[in-house]
Write a protein that binds this ligand. Sequence first.
Ligand code: NAD
Length: 275
Amino acid sequence: MGELDGRVAIVTGCGRERGIGRACALALAREGAAVVVSDVCREFEPNIRLHGVGTWEQLERLAEEIRSDGGKAHAVRCDVTRKDEVEELVAETLRQLGHVDILVNNAGCAVGVGPLPIISEEAWDKTMAVNVKGPFLLTQAAAPHMIARGGGKVIMMSSQAGVRAGARYGAYGASKHALVGLTQVLGAELAPEGIQVNAICPGLVDTDLGFEQYAFLAGMQGSSVDEVRAELLKSIPAGRFETPEDVANVCVFLASSRSDYLVGQALVVTGGYTR
Ligand code: NAD
């Protein structure tokens, strides 16, 4: 018996191999949830600084992995910045699995990191669209169906940059703060409907996106990725970098009834990096 038996979850941005979304989808499925795994599966515009995205093949492999472990999963392509695709993601979930109980707004991008002079308008807009508008659109599309079932769980993937931003966090820091704000707004608004909206704020997680950021920092400082990581590691009291599974464990908690009295909170999961 899993803690999430009979529940249906949507997880966005879970295509990439080492990603947090993938770890969350696997962990939710292990607890018995049927999972719709989703990703944009489309390269970003060429004028946006290099940033990898999940592919359809990766997404299908993830769904297959869940099914071969005895779980239920469907892969659905969706760009979270597009209202039509978001509505289709929810509609397809209802067609395939009948209802939706858990929404993990995990899709995100960090193209808008860096010092003020180098952040392009396109990078700013892209960051805000993926990291803030996406979770807004998806929650707006899914919430009525959760309300009709008597409740649900919405989990926003913010960041330590959403509670303590500093120099060069740029659009990314602003977007993740906005997501914490949206979590508070929707937490209060949807709690009376039986929906708990909370956020996770991970720290320095070893994912493709994480390594893209280390490479970017290394390029700016004229150092190597290993040097950047060695310096950052000194600031993590837990003594190691975060794994996607560290985040997925908290995601399962927020998706379960154990978190029913948590409303509008941003849980900082950083091994002490952000205190
Ligand atoms: P990742 O690159 O593996 O995951 C991000 C996913 O979002 C990718 O699969 C990408 O294809 C998808 N995506 C991007 N734009 C999209 C769009 N328009 N529509 C749908 N999907 C889209 O990186 P990750 O580190 O696993 O990041 C997952 C989340 O965790 C992000 O929101 C990120 O900001 C957040 N986060 C990461 C870290 C870290 O250190 N890695 C720390 C704090 C927060």
